[in-house]
Design a protein around this ligand. Structure first.
Ligand SMILES: NC(=O)c1ccc[n+]([C@@H]2O[C@H](COP(=O)([O-])OP(=O)(O)OC[C@H]3O[C@@H](n4cnc5c(N)ncnc54)[C@H](O)[C@@H]3O)[C@@H](O)[C@H]2O)c1
Length: 264
């Protein structure tokens, strides 16, 4: 019988996390490192370099890469750096993403206010870069006959949501079904792909609006647990989906949302 340490053992595995300089991606990188994986932290924000240096040896090894994952060439280069480190690709967290401004009941977020540029920018990052990350991850993992891909979707992709913009809700729903679709194919090679669907989490998303007391209260009032979540609270499911503990889970979209998903 495997104990919890054995079930969740990821020692020495090679991982990459996009959007790792802040918030949810940082929490994912921290927990993988704390459990002995070696992690390439990728971010547009140059602070990822200092963060990787600070986390290196805790006890996993960390390297930072500055890249815009919405640029396919930069993403390819970052993935190659991660793979080249150990000649393997075990865990890929396709996490980088951004908010799309106000929700549909706010004039600034209404249908008529969404510009083609805004729409395209969100689709390129929140959906196309996730597809590209999955495609590249699969090309490394399939020959190994193993691998774990974790996509950060959102509870706003599981139902309508007054507090987020159109492009956000649409792209997050698309990533959830992208994960289900890819699970069908990648299962053949023992590559497991799942999504997390966070509810409101205290990060820098939306220009830091989750740190604003009024916005926080508005979100918290709609969460059965009565509060917004902390990035730390993403760590448990990250470990589940990265490890042998989830060996029979693929194509799942797991809410981490204080119960929002249960009551709409
Ligand atoms: N915070 C929430 O309430 C919440 C809820 C559901 C889903 N999410 C999702 O979680 C993911 C992480 O967001 P967060 O809340 O931690 O926000 P965050 O802004 O704190 O962190 C996002 C990180 O991604 C990086 N990033 C943005 N664009 C990038 C690009 N083009 N290339 C590389 N890196 C880029 C940012 O620099 C930042 O470090 C996103 O996909 C977001 O949609 C967040």
């Amino acid at each position: 019988m495997m104990n919890a340490a054995g079930l969740f053992d990821i020692q020495g595995q090679n991982a990459i996390v996009t959007g790792a300089a802040n918030g949810i991606g940082r929490a994912m990188a921290e927990v993988l490192l704390a459990n002995g994986a070696n992690v390439t932290l990728v971010d547009l924000d140059r602070s990822v370099l200092a963060l990787a240096q600070a986390l290196d040896g805790s006890p996993g090894r960390a390297q930072g890469v500055v890249a815009d994952v919405a640029d396919a060439a930069q993403l390819t280069e970052a993935m190659a750096r991660a793979y080249g480190w150990q000649g393997r690709m075990d865990i890929v967290c396709a996490n980088a993403g951004k908010g799309a401004g106000a929700g549909p009941l706010n004039p600034a977020g209404a249908l008529a206010a969404v510009s083609p540029q805004e729409w395209t920018g969100i689709v390129e990052l929140n959906l196309t870069s996730v597809f590209n990350t999955i495609q590249m991850a699969a090309s490394y993992m399939r020959p190994q006959k193993s691998g774990r891909i974790i996509v950060t979707s959102s509870v706003a992709g599981l139902r309508g949501e007054t507090m987020v913009g159109y492009a956000y809700a649409a792209t997050k729903a698309a990533t959830a079904n992208l994960v289900r679709q890819a699970a069908i194919e990648l299962s053949r090679d023992n590559v497991l792909i799942n999504a997390i669907a966070p509810g409101p989490i205290r990060t820098n998303i939306g220009n830091g609006r989750m740190h604003d007391g009024t916005v926080e209260e508005a979100f918290a009032g709609r969460v059965p647990l009565g509060r917004i979540g902390e990035p730390e609270e993403i760590k448990g499911v990250t470990m589940l989906l990265a490890s042998a503990a989830s060996s029979y889970i693929t194509g799942a979209v797991i809410p981490i949302d204080g119960g929002c998903n249960a009551c709409g």
